[in-house]
Design a protein around this ligand. Structure first.
Ligand code: GLU
Length: 453
Protein backbone atom coordinates (compact mmCIF):
# COMPACT_ATOMS: atom_id res chain seq x y z
CA UNK A 1 0.00 0.00 0.00
CA UNK A 2 1.34 3.48 -0.84
CA UNK A 3 1.95 5.93 1.99
CA UNK A 4 -0.87 8.15 0.75
CA UNK A 5 -3.24 5.18 0.72
CA UNK A 6 -2.12 4.19 4.22
CA UNK A 7 -2.81 7.71 5.55
CA UNK A 8 -6.21 7.85 3.82
CA UNK A 9 -7.12 4.41 5.16
CA UNK A 10 -6.42 5.47 8.76
CA UNK A 11 -8.28 8.75 8.27
CA UNK A 12 -11.29 6.88 6.90
CA UNK A 13 -11.19 4.52 9.90
CA UNK A 14 -10.99 7.54 12.22
CA UNK A 15 -13.96 9.25 10.57
CA UNK A 16 -16.00 6.04 10.80
CA UNK A 17 -15.13 5.28 14.43
CA UNK A 18 -15.44 8.88 15.72
CA UNK A 19 -18.58 10.26 14.05
CA UNK A 20 -19.25 13.92 14.72
CA UNK A 21 -15.88 14.47 16.39
CA UNK A 22 -15.01 17.28 13.97
CA UNK A 23 -12.11 18.83 15.88
CA UNK A 24 -10.53 15.45 16.54
CA UNK A 25 -10.75 14.58 12.86
CA UNK A 26 -9.28 18.00 11.93
CA UNK A 27 -6.29 17.47 14.25
CA UNK A 28 -5.75 13.91 12.98
CA UNK A 29 -5.94 14.95 9.35
CA UNK A 30 -3.40 17.73 9.84
CA UNK A 31 -0.90 15.50 11.63
CA UNK A 32 -1.23 12.42 9.42
CA UNK A 33 -0.89 14.34 6.15
CA UNK A 34 2.22 16.10 7.43
CA UNK A 35 3.84 12.74 8.28
CA UNK A 36 4.07 11.66 4.65
CA UNK A 37 7.84 12.40 4.26
CA UNK A 38 8.84 10.30 7.28
CA UNK A 39 6.47 7.45 6.35
CA UNK A 40 7.95 7.41 2.85
CA UNK A 41 11.44 7.16 4.26
CA UNK A 42 10.82 4.52 6.91
CA UNK A 43 8.41 1.65 6.27
CA UNK A 44 8.53 0.39 9.89
CA UNK A 45 5.66 2.72 10.79
CA UNK A 46 3.41 0.99 8.27
CA UNK A 47 4.75 -2.45 9.17
CA UNK A 48 3.95 -1.94 12.87
CA UNK A 49 0.59 -0.25 12.17
CA UNK A 50 1.72 2.82 14.06
CA UNK A 51 -0.82 5.25 12.59
CA UNK A 52 -3.76 2.91 13.30
CA UNK A 53 -2.56 2.57 16.89
CA UNK A 54 -1.75 6.24 17.38
CA UNK A 55 -5.21 7.61 16.58
CA UNK A 56 -6.96 5.45 19.20
CA UNK A 57 -6.63 6.59 22.83
CA UNK A 58 -5.21 4.02 25.24
CA UNK A 59 -8.10 4.73 27.59
CA UNK A 60 -11.18 7.00 27.50
CA UNK A 61 -12.91 7.71 30.78
CA UNK A 62 -16.35 9.38 30.78
CA UNK A 63 -18.17 9.96 34.03
CA UNK A 64 -21.11 11.73 35.59
CA UNK A 65 -20.38 14.65 37.89
CA UNK A 66 -23.19 15.49 40.29
CA UNK A 67 -22.71 18.61 42.39
CA UNK A 68 -24.92 20.81 44.53
CA UNK A 69 -25.54 24.45 43.55
CA UNK A 70 -26.16 27.34 45.97
CA UNK A 71 -29.90 26.68 45.92
CA UNK A 72 -29.36 23.14 47.13
CA UNK A 73 -30.26 21.73 43.70
CA UNK A 74 -28.27 18.78 42.36
CA UNK A 75 -26.73 19.58 38.98
CA UNK A 76 -25.26 17.09 36.51
CA UNK A 77 -22.31 17.51 34.17
CA UNK A 78 -20.15 15.14 32.17
CA UNK A 79 -16.48 14.59 33.03
CA UNK A 80 -13.79 13.26 30.67
CA UNK A 81 -10.22 12.06 30.84
CA UNK A 82 -8.65 10.76 27.67
CA UNK A 83 -5.38 8.94 28.36
CA UNK A 84 -4.11 9.01 24.82
CA UNK A 85 -0.55 7.77 24.69
CA UNK A 86 1.96 6.74 27.35
CA UNK A 87 4.80 5.52 25.11
CA UNK A 88 7.29 8.10 26.41
CA UNK A 89 5.96 8.92 29.87
CA UNK A 90 2.94 9.27 32.16
CA UNK A 91 -0.14 10.90 30.57
CA UNK A 92 0.13 14.66 30.84
CA UNK A 93 -2.25 17.40 29.81
CA UNK A 94 -4.74 19.88 31.14
CA UNK A 95 -8.38 19.88 32.17
CA UNK A 96 -10.79 22.21 30.39
CA UNK A 97 -14.05 23.35 31.99
CA UNK A 98 -16.19 24.96 29.30
CA UNK A 99 -19.73 24.35 27.98
CA UNK A 100 -18.28 23.42 24.55
CA UNK A 101 -16.36 20.43 25.96
CA UNK A 102 -17.36 17.07 24.51
CA UNK A 103 -15.52 13.87 23.66
CA UNK A 104 -14.35 15.17 20.26
CA UNK A 105 -12.83 18.29 21.82
CA UNK A 106 -11.04 16.32 24.55
CA UNK A 107 -9.73 13.81 21.98
CA UNK A 108 -8.42 16.58 19.72
CA UNK A 109 -6.65 18.19 22.64
CA UNK A 110 -5.27 14.86 23.89
CA UNK A 111 -4.03 13.94 20.41
CA UNK A 112 -2.25 17.28 20.01
CA UNK A 113 -0.73 16.84 23.45
CA UNK A 114 1.07 13.62 22.41
CA UNK A 115 3.20 15.44 19.84
CA UNK A 116 3.55 18.66 21.83
CA UNK A 117 4.80 16.82 24.89
CA UNK A 118 7.20 14.72 22.83
CA UNK A 119 8.58 17.85 21.20
CA UNK A 120 9.57 19.32 24.57
CA UNK A 121 12.23 16.60 24.77
CA UNK A 122 10.87 15.62 28.21
CA UNK A 123 9.39 12.29 29.26
CA UNK A 124 5.67 13.01 29.20
CA UNK A 125 2.89 11.15 27.41
CA UNK A 126 -0.31 12.72 26.08
CA UNK A 127 -3.66 13.11 27.81
CA UNK A 128 -6.44 15.65 28.31
CA UNK A 129 -9.65 15.99 30.22
CA UNK A 130 -12.37 18.30 31.31
CA UNK A 131 -16.06 18.86 31.58
CA UNK A 132 -18.94 20.72 29.96
CA UNK A 133 -19.32 22.54 33.31
CA UNK A 134 -19.51 26.31 32.77
CA UNK A 135 -17.60 28.15 35.53
CA UNK A 136 -18.95 31.54 34.35
CA UNK A 137 -21.26 33.16 36.83
CA UNK A 138 -20.78 30.41 39.43
CA UNK A 139 -20.07 31.26 43.05
CA UNK A 140 -16.83 30.14 44.68
CA UNK A 141 -18.81 27.57 46.65
CA UNK A 142 -20.30 26.15 43.45
CA UNK A 143 -16.87 25.97 41.82
CA UNK A 144 -15.56 24.10 44.86
CA UNK A 145 -18.54 21.77 44.92
CA UNK A 146 -18.02 20.92 41.24
CA UNK A 147 -14.23 20.48 41.52
CA UNK A 148 -14.61 18.14 44.48
CA UNK A 149 -17.27 16.07 42.73
CA UNK A 150 -15.10 15.91 39.61
CA UNK A 151 -12.13 14.64 41.66
CA UNK A 152 -14.34 12.09 43.46
CA UNK A 153 -14.24 10.12 40.21
CA UNK A 154 -11.00 11.25 38.59
CA UNK A 155 -8.76 10.37 41.56
CA UNK A 156 -8.88 6.64 40.81
CA UNK A 157 -7.34 7.14 37.36
CA UNK A 158 -4.47 9.55 38.11
CA UNK A 159 -1.22 9.65 40.08
CA UNK A 160 2.21 11.25 39.96
CA UNK A 161 3.70 8.51 37.75
CA UNK A 162 0.45 7.58 36.03
CA UNK A 163 -1.46 10.62 34.79
CA UNK A 164 -0.81 14.21 35.84
CA UNK A 165 -3.57 16.70 34.89
CA UNK A 166 -3.15 20.49 34.92
CA UNK A 167 -5.15 23.55 33.93
CA UNK A 168 -6.56 24.68 30.59
CA UNK A 169 -9.49 26.96 29.71
CA UNK A 170 -11.64 27.48 32.83
CA UNK A 171 -9.18 25.70 35.12
CA UNK A 172 -6.55 27.74 36.97
CA UNK A 173 -4.95 27.90 40.40
CA UNK A 174 -8.27 28.11 42.25
CA UNK A 175 -9.82 25.04 40.60
CA UNK A 176 -6.57 23.05 40.87
CA UNK A 177 -6.46 23.91 44.57
CA UNK A 178 -9.95 22.51 45.18
CA UNK A 179 -9.13 19.38 43.18
CA UNK A 180 -5.75 18.87 44.85
CA UNK A 181 -7.31 19.22 48.31
CA UNK A 182 -9.91 16.60 47.48
CA UNK A 183 -7.35 14.20 45.96
CA UNK A 184 -5.25 14.48 49.12
CA UNK A 185 -8.26 13.90 51.33
CA UNK A 186 -9.41 10.79 49.44
CA UNK A 187 -6.03 9.14 48.88
CA UNK A 188 -4.11 10.44 51.89
CA UNK A 189 -1.23 11.30 49.56
CA UNK A 190 0.48 14.66 49.21
CA UNK A 191 2.07 14.13 45.81
CA UNK A 192 2.67 15.92 42.54
CA UNK A 193 -0.49 14.55 40.96
CA UNK A 194 -1.46 17.90 39.42
CA UNK A 195 0.65 20.73 38.02
CA UNK A 196 -0.05 24.43 38.08
CA UNK A 197 -0.37 24.11 41.86
CA UNK A 198 -0.19 27.10 44.21
CA UNK A 199 3.30 28.17 45.27
CA UNK A 200 2.66 27.27 48.92
CA UNK A 201 1.64 23.68 48.17
CA UNK A 202 4.06 22.33 45.60
CA UNK A 203 3.67 24.64 42.62
CA UNK A 204 6.56 25.85 40.51
CA UNK A 205 7.54 29.46 40.11
CA UNK A 206 6.96 30.66 36.52
CA UNK A 207 4.35 27.96 35.71
CA UNK A 208 1.60 30.59 35.54
CA UNK A 209 3.62 32.67 33.11
CA UNK A 210 5.14 29.79 31.15
CA UNK A 211 2.76 29.29 28.18
CA UNK A 212 2.65 33.00 27.32
CA UNK A 213 6.36 33.56 27.92
CA UNK A 214 7.24 30.44 25.93
CA UNK A 215 5.04 31.56 23.05
CA UNK A 216 6.92 34.87 22.76
CA UNK A 217 10.30 33.12 23.09
CA UNK A 218 9.26 30.84 20.24
CA UNK A 219 8.18 33.79 18.08
CA UNK A 220 11.54 35.47 18.72
CA UNK A 221 13.35 32.30 17.64
CA UNK A 222 11.44 32.29 14.35
CA UNK A 223 12.06 35.98 13.70
CA UNK A 224 15.76 35.68 14.57
CA UNK A 225 16.12 32.90 12.01
CA UNK A 226 14.99 35.39 9.38
CA UNK A 227 17.25 38.18 10.74
CA UNK A 228 14.40 39.95 12.43
CA UNK A 229 13.25 40.52 16.01
CA UNK A 230 10.03 41.06 17.93
CA UNK A 231 11.42 44.35 19.25
CA UNK A 232 9.32 47.33 18.19
CA UNK A 233 6.64 45.18 16.50
CA UNK A 234 2.94 45.92 16.85
CA UNK A 235 1.29 42.69 17.98
CA UNK A 236 -2.30 41.55 18.21
CA UNK A 237 -3.22 39.02 20.86
CA UNK A 238 -6.58 37.29 21.26
CA UNK A 239 -7.89 35.92 24.55
CA UNK A 240 -7.52 37.31 28.05
CA UNK A 241 -6.74 34.18 30.06
CA UNK A 242 -3.46 32.97 31.36
CA UNK A 243 -1.84 32.51 27.95
CA UNK A 244 -2.86 35.92 26.57
CA UNK A 245 -1.99 37.87 29.74
CA UNK A 246 1.56 36.50 29.96
CA UNK A 247 2.07 36.78 26.21
CA UNK A 248 1.27 40.47 26.58
CA UNK A 249 3.57 40.79 29.60
CA UNK A 250 6.50 39.15 27.79
CA UNK A 251 5.88 41.20 24.63
CA UNK A 252 6.35 44.34 26.72
CA UNK A 253 9.50 42.91 28.31
CA UNK A 254 10.86 42.34 24.81
CA UNK A 255 9.95 45.86 23.69
CA UNK A 256 7.04 44.93 21.43
CA UNK A 257 3.65 46.65 21.51
CA UNK A 258 0.61 44.41 22.21
CA UNK A 259 -2.51 46.32 21.21
CA UNK A 260 -5.41 43.88 21.63
CA UNK A 261 -6.98 41.24 23.85
CA UNK A 262 -10.43 39.66 23.78
CA UNK A 263 -12.99 37.54 25.60
CA UNK A 264 -16.12 35.70 24.49
CA UNK A 265 -18.11 38.95 24.38
CA UNK A 266 -15.71 41.34 22.64
CA UNK A 267 -12.28 42.67 21.72
CA UNK A 268 -10.26 45.51 23.22
CA UNK A 269 -8.15 47.56 20.82
CA UNK A 270 -5.85 49.85 22.76
CA UNK A 271 -3.71 51.60 20.18
CA UNK A 272 -1.07 52.86 22.58
CA UNK A 273 -0.71 49.37 24.05
CA UNK A 274 -2.77 47.20 26.43
CA UNK A 275 -2.60 48.38 30.06
CA UNK A 276 -1.32 45.18 31.65
CA UNK A 277 -2.24 46.04 35.23
CA UNK A 278 -5.78 46.99 34.20
CA UNK A 279 -6.12 43.71 32.28
CA UNK A 280 -4.89 41.69 35.26
CA UNK A 281 -7.21 43.57 37.61
CA UNK A 282 -10.23 42.84 35.39
CA UNK A 283 -9.45 39.24 34.44
CA UNK A 284 -7.11 37.65 37.01
CA UNK A 285 -8.49 39.30 40.10
CA UNK A 286 -11.99 40.45 39.14
CA UNK A 287 -12.94 37.58 36.75
CA UNK A 288 -15.03 40.19 34.94
CA UNK A 289 -15.85 41.05 31.32
CA UNK A 290 -13.54 43.25 29.22
CA UNK A 291 -16.22 45.94 29.30
CA UNK A 292 -14.68 46.66 32.74
CA UNK A 293 -11.32 47.26 31.06
CA UNK A 294 -12.97 49.86 28.86
CA UNK A 295 -14.22 51.59 32.02
CA UNK A 296 -10.68 51.66 33.45
CA UNK A 297 -9.14 52.76 30.12
CA UNK A 298 -11.68 54.94 28.31
CA UNK A 299 -9.22 55.69 25.47
CA UNK A 300 -9.35 52.00 24.44
CA UNK A 301 -11.85 50.80 21.84
CA UNK A 302 -14.26 47.99 22.77
CA UNK A 303 -15.62 45.98 19.83
CA UNK A 304 -18.53 43.75 20.88
CA UNK A 305 -18.91 40.35 19.19
CA UNK A 306 -21.99 41.66 17.34
CA UNK A 307 -19.69 44.07 15.44
CA UNK A 308 -17.18 41.41 14.36
CA UNK A 309 -16.60 41.00 10.62
CA UNK A 310 -18.52 38.21 8.93
CA UNK A 311 -16.65 34.88 9.26
CA UNK A 312 -14.02 36.62 11.33
CA UNK A 313 -12.67 37.85 14.62
CA UNK A 314 -12.31 41.59 15.31
CA UNK A 315 -8.78 41.06 16.65
CA UNK A 316 -7.43 40.01 13.26
CA UNK A 317 -8.79 43.08 11.49
CA UNK A 318 -6.51 45.31 13.57
CA UNK A 319 -3.28 46.02 11.62
CA UNK A 320 -0.28 44.23 13.10
CA UNK A 321 3.11 42.77 12.24
CA UNK A 322 2.74 39.71 14.50
CA UNK A 323 -0.47 37.94 15.55
CA UNK A 324 -0.77 35.73 18.63
CA UNK A 325 -4.04 33.74 18.61
CA UNK A 326 -4.22 32.75 22.28
CA UNK A 327 -7.89 32.11 22.96
CA UNK A 328 -9.28 28.84 21.56
CA UNK A 329 -9.52 26.43 18.61
CA UNK A 330 -10.50 27.64 15.12
CA UNK A 331 -10.58 31.30 16.11
CA UNK A 332 -8.56 32.49 13.10
CA UNK A 333 -10.45 31.81 9.85
CA UNK A 334 -9.49 32.06 6.19
CA UNK A 335 -11.17 35.49 6.04
CA UNK A 336 -9.04 36.56 9.03
CA UNK A 337 -5.87 35.23 7.39
CA UNK A 338 -6.63 37.28 4.27
CA UNK A 339 -7.13 40.42 6.35
CA UNK A 340 -3.88 39.80 8.25
CA UNK A 341 -1.95 39.40 4.99
CA UNK A 342 -3.58 42.50 3.50
CA UNK A 343 -2.48 44.47 6.57
CA UNK A 344 1.13 43.30 6.27
CA UNK A 345 1.27 40.70 9.07
CA UNK A 346 4.63 38.86 9.03
CA UNK A 347 4.09 36.18 11.67
CA UNK A 348 1.24 34.17 13.18
CA UNK A 349 2.27 32.40 16.39
CA UNK A 350 -0.28 30.04 17.96
CA UNK A 351 -0.63 30.42 21.74
CA UNK A 352 -3.89 28.44 21.90
CA UNK A 353 -4.40 24.85 20.72
CA UNK A 354 -5.27 24.64 16.99
CA UNK A 355 -6.49 28.26 16.78
CA UNK A 356 -5.96 28.59 13.01
CA UNK A 357 -8.33 26.77 10.64
CA UNK A 358 -6.65 24.47 8.06
CA UNK A 359 -7.58 26.71 5.09
CA UNK A 360 -6.18 29.73 6.95
CA UNK A 361 -2.91 27.85 7.66
CA UNK A 362 -2.63 26.95 3.95
CA UNK A 363 -3.29 30.55 2.92
CA UNK A 364 -0.71 31.99 5.32
CA UNK A 365 1.83 29.47 4.09
CA UNK A 366 1.14 30.30 0.43
CA UNK A 367 1.60 33.99 1.19
CA UNK A 368 4.93 33.42 2.96
CA UNK A 369 3.71 34.45 6.42
CA UNK A 370 5.91 32.93 9.13
CA UNK A 371 3.95 30.45 11.24
CA UNK A 372 4.58 29.17 14.77
CA UNK A 373 2.43 26.03 15.11
CA UNK A 374 0.65 25.46 18.43
CA UNK A 375 2.33 22.17 19.29
CA UNK A 376 5.65 23.97 19.31
CA UNK A 377 4.74 27.57 20.14
CA UNK A 378 2.59 26.86 23.20
CA UNK A 379 4.58 23.89 24.54
CA UNK A 380 6.22 26.09 27.19
CA UNK A 381 3.27 25.52 29.53
CA UNK A 382 3.40 21.77 29.61
CA UNK A 383 7.22 21.81 29.59
CA UNK A 384 7.16 23.90 32.77
CA UNK A 385 4.59 21.51 34.20
CA UNK A 386 7.20 18.80 33.79
CA UNK A 387 9.69 21.06 35.60
CA UNK A 388 7.12 21.24 38.40
CA UNK A 389 6.90 17.41 38.46
CA UNK A 390 10.66 17.26 38.58
CA UNK A 391 10.83 19.65 41.56
CA UNK A 392 8.07 17.71 43.34
CA UNK A 393 9.84 14.38 42.80
CA UNK A 394 13.14 15.68 44.14
CA UNK A 395 11.46 17.76 46.88
CA UNK A 396 13.29 20.84 45.68
CA UNK A 397 12.26 24.35 44.73
CA UNK A 398 13.92 26.34 41.95
CA UNK A 399 13.95 30.13 41.69
CA UNK A 400 11.86 31.99 39.10
CA UNK A 401 15.05 32.80 37.18
CA UNK A 402 16.12 29.13 37.12
CA UNK A 403 12.76 27.93 35.78
CA UNK A 404 12.55 30.77 33.27
CA UNK A 405 16.09 30.02 32.01
CA UNK A 406 15.14 26.36 31.52
CA UNK A 407 11.95 27.39 29.71
CA UNK A 408 13.94 29.69 27.45
CA UNK A 409 16.32 26.86 26.60
CA UNK A 410 13.49 24.40 25.97
CA UNK A 411 11.73 26.80 23.58
CA UNK A 412 14.96 27.28 21.65
CA UNK A 413 15.45 23.55 21.44
CA UNK A 414 11.82 23.04 20.28
CA UNK A 415 12.39 25.63 17.58
CA UNK A 416 15.67 24.07 16.45
CA UNK A 417 14.18 20.58 16.45
CA UNK A 418 11.15 21.71 14.40
CA UNK A 419 13.26 23.74 11.98
CA UNK A 420 15.97 21.10 11.49
CA UNK A 421 13.46 18.26 11.14
CA UNK A 422 11.64 20.22 8.44
CA UNK A 423 14.95 20.64 6.58
CA UNK A 424 15.86 16.98 7.03
CA UNK A 425 12.57 15.81 5.54
CA UNK A 426 12.48 18.28 2.65
CA UNK A 427 9.76 20.57 4.08
CA UNK A 428 12.07 23.57 4.30
CA UNK A 429 10.87 26.30 6.63
CA UNK A 430 7.59 24.46 7.38
CA UNK A 431 7.66 24.42 11.18
CA UNK A 432 4.26 22.72 11.33
CA UNK A 433 5.55 19.72 9.40
CA UNK A 434 8.84 19.76 11.30
CA UNK A 435 7.08 19.82 14.70
CA UNK A 436 4.68 17.03 13.75
CA UNK A 437 7.39 14.79 12.32
CA UNK A 438 9.79 15.31 15.25
CA UNK A 439 7.04 14.80 17.84
CA UNK A 440 5.81 11.71 16.02
CA UNK A 441 9.24 10.07 15.57
CA UNK A 442 10.07 9.85 19.27
CA UNK A 443 6.64 8.47 20.19
CA UNK A 444 6.39 6.07 17.24
CA UNK A 445 9.89 4.68 17.77
CA UNK A 446 9.09 4.14 21.46
CA UNK A 447 5.85 2.33 20.53
CA UNK A 448 7.86 0.00 18.29
CA UNK A 449 10.41 -0.62 21.09
CA UNK A 450 7.66 -1.37 23.62
CA UNK A 451 5.86 -3.95 21.47
CA UNK A 452 2.17 -4.70 21.33
CA UNK A 453 1.07 -2.92 24.50
N1 GLU B 1 -3.31 22.90 28.99
C1 GLU B 1 -1.94 23.17 28.67
C2 GLU B 1 -1.64 22.71 27.26
O1 GLU B 1 -2.50 22.79 26.41
C3 GLU B 1 -0.97 22.69 29.72
C4 GLU B 1 -1.01 21.25 30.04
C5 GLU B 1 -0.12 20.85 31.23
O2 GLU B 1 0.56 21.69 31.80
O3 GLU B 1 -0.14 19.66 31.53
O4 GLU B 1 -0.56 22.31 26.93
Amino acid sequence: MSVVDYIEKVLAQTAASSPGQIEFYQATEEVLHSLRPILERDNRYDKYNILDRLVVPERTIIFKVNWVDDNGVIQTNIGYRVQFNSAIGPYKGGLRFHPSVNLGIVKFLGFEQIFKNSLTGLSIGGGKGGSNFNPKGKSENEIMSFCQAFMDELYRHIGETRDVPAGDIGVGGRELGFMFGRYKKITGKFEGVLTGKGLNWGGSLARTEATGYGSVYFAENILNKYDDTIKGKTCTVSGSGNVAIYTIQKLYEMDAIPVTCSDSKGTIYHKKGIELEALKAVKEIGRKSLTEYKKLCPDAEYIPVSKYPENGHATWSIPCECAFPSATQNELSLADAKTLVKNGCKLVNEGANMPTTPDAVAYLKAKGVLFGPAKAANAGGVATSQLEMSQNASMSKWTFAEVDAKLHKIMKSIFNTSYNTAEEYGCNGDLLAGANIAGFKKVADSMIDEGSV
